[in-house]
Write a protein that binds this ligand. Structure first.
Ligand code: ATP
Ligand code: MG
Length: 243
């Protein structure tokens, strides 16, 4: 039992949750190390949503709301950390939810789909085919799902797949705490924020954006600016870490 009074309570509870999900097979062992990298960058951000991340979250909402065929791609870490938040975002945005795994087995896909459904998501689970221009199991997706999407939200995505999706002409929205990652640099829009903070912000924005504001912020999208603001927030904190 982790005492509530522990100054790192939230982080420790999250680690315990992910470790449990790794034992049950929902999270891959590799996913645990990916979480550790995310935690390190979140420390640099001060574990809070920056103004530039909040702007990115509003743009993400605007892109999802104006899409013809929006898809949220879910992997093991995303399902373990944020299944209810995914279900809520699906309801507000109307996006299709599809499971796509780097370390793919049919059993894991099934387990993650069940977890999402028990949190209230309506999961799209048609027949998967090797449709993306990638080697390895990352190529698997569904023709009527991710393959046909115009806007796709890829929380915690691998850089190669983000690049392949952009290459297919899709608008790719990444959630990644590492502003230097290939995913962050290849995506159309990168939200440098922790997943469980980012998803509710996107849902909130889906509720309150007007059509006019949506148009304006989509037109203003400058991912290089958003990434440089994230890096500025981190270096600013590093420069004053011992003040
Ligand atoms: P690249 O994009 O350069 O190929 P990578 O494939 O090595 O990077 P992964 O190991 O797949 O990156 O890790 C996924 C990314 O997800 C990491 O960059 C990490 O910062 C980020 N991440 C992990 N947990 C979270 C979280 N809870 N919220 C937001 N981002 C996270
Ligand atoms: Mg990678």
């Amino acid at each position: 039992m982790i005492p509530r009074s522990h100054p790192r309570y939230r982080s420790l509870v999250t680690r315990e949750l992910l470790a449990g999900c790794a034992k049950s097979g929902i999270v891959s062992w590799e996913g645990l190390t990916a979480h550790g990298r995310g935690e390190a960058f979140d420390y640099l951000l001060g574990e809070k949503t920056t103004d530039s991340a909040r702007l990115a979250e509003r743009i993400a909402a605007a892109l999802l709301m104006s899409a013809h065929h929006p898809v949220i791609s879910v992997n093991g870490n995303t399902a373990a950390l944020a299944a209810p938040e995914i279900a809520a975002l699906q309801k507000t945005s109307g996006a299709l939810v599809e499971v796509n795994l780097f370390h793919r087995t049919e059993a894991r896909v099934q387990q993650i789909e069940d977890l999402l459904r028990s949190a209230g998501a309506d999961v799209f689970s048609g027949k998967a085919e090797r449709l993306l221009p990638l080697d390895h199991d990352r190529a698997w997706c569904r023709r009527e799902g991710m393959y046909s999407a115009d806007v796709i939200l890829v929380p915690l995505e691998d850089g190669d797949r983000a690049e392949a999706l952009v290459g297919m002409g899709k608008t790719v929205i990444a959630v990644d705490l590492n502003p230097l990652s290939r995913t962050a640099r290849k995506a159309t829009l990168t939200i440098v924020d922790e997943l469980t903070r980012a998803l509710p912000e996107i849902s909130r924005a889906c509720h309150d954006l007007t059509e006019e504001e949506s148009r304006q912020i989509i037109a203003s999208l400058d991912n290089k600016y958003l990434l440089s603001e994230a890096i500025r927030a981190m270096t600013g904190r590093l420069n004053h870490a011992l003040d």
